[in-house]
Design a protein around this ligand. Structure first.
Ligand SMILES: Nc1ncnc2c1ncn2[C@@H]1O[C@H](COP(=O)(O)OP(=O)(O)O)[C@@H](O)[C@H]1O
Ligand SMILES: [Mg+2]
Length: 260
């Protein structure tokens, strides 16, 4: 596989096969923070449910070109160049058809990576919002990524899928992408007032620290839901919101990652 010549271009897959754990929210808001810190950012919406596309203010059904064309027809990535200071490769429900059609196509698991190779030099950070599954789309994201960042809910169910998730990362490292690095875990939707959340956070910190950095938790806040309903990043919805400090700190930590 031919990888980036831009050594500092990092492609981070936001990956967890569980749904509703904050992947899309963190993709959008981390991307926004990185862009305000002066980085060129491309967001990739790899979930057929198109939440990221919607959160960014685009009607998925209005799109003539999507990731379907890239993955199935091997066209260059279709990119909307400027949404809240970021670029977006949008998607819609046709991506679920792509996942089925890809099963019969050659080099299916490297198609996303190869499409990314054509644009890696144009961006400092590429954030890939994975679907809630361990299927071909998520696998493609891990093959094309330099790093995987795992949002993990501070809920008792948090550990249920973690082994499977880490096994998938290990499998990709062995076969498709030996250079894939674990950027770490972002505890998400954390309610500090809830004793179960507190216990789970401690367990996440104790058990996953050996695997990767466990970052500061993202609190559970209705402001995130409100911002997504307004189809804007939280920083646009409420520029003075205190949680932006945590997101900015996470962005700073992503700047420390090395792409090899
Ligand atoms: N920190 C948070 N606090 C409160 N609600 C959140 C938070 N993060 C995400 N949400 C909400 O939870 C739902 C699922 O989040 P989402 O980012 O779409 O998860 P995923 O992409 O993992 O399925 C969305 O309605 C979103 O607005
Ligand atoms: Mg999502």
């Amino acid at each position: 596989m031919c990888h980036a010549t831009n050594q500092m271009s990092r492609a981070i897959a936001l990956f967890n096969q569980a749904g509703g754990v904050g992947k899309t929210t963190i993709t959008q808001n981390l991307g926004y923070q990185l862009s305000t810190r002066g980085h060129k950012v491309l967001l990739i919406d790899l979930d057929p449910q198109a939440s990221l596309t919607t959160f960014m203010g685009i009607d998925p059904d209005s799109l003539d070109k999507t990731l379907f064309d890239t993955l199935v027809n091997e066209e260059p990535l279709f990119i909307l160049p400027s949404l809240h200071g970021m670029a977006l490769a949008p998607t819609n429900i046709t991506l679920s058809a792509a996942e089925i059609q890809l099963v019969n196509l050659d080099f299916r698991e490297v198609r996303l990576s190869e499409a990314l190779d054509r644009v890696r030099n144009d961006y400092d950070f590429i954030l890939i919002d994975c679907p809630p599954s361990l299927g071909l789309l998520s696998y493609s994201a891990l093959v094309g990524a330099t790093h995987v960042l795992v949002p993990i809910e501070t809920h008792y169910k948090a550990f249920q899928g973690t082994n499977l998730l880490l096994q998938t990362v290990a499998k990709v490292r062995k076969r498709g992408n030996p250079k894939l690095q674990i950027a770490g875990f972002v505890p998400s939707r954390y309610a500090a007032s809830n004793s179960q959340d507190k216990r789970t956070l401690k367990a996440i910190q104790a058990q996953l620290a050996t695997v990767g950095t466990v970052y500061e938790p993202i609190p559970r806040l209705t402001a995130f839901v409100d911002a997504s309903e307004e189809q804007v990043p939280l920083a646009v919805y409420d520029p003075k919101h205190p949680v932006l400090k945590i997101l900015d700190q996470l962005a700073q930590q992503m700047e420390q990652l090395n792409a090899s």
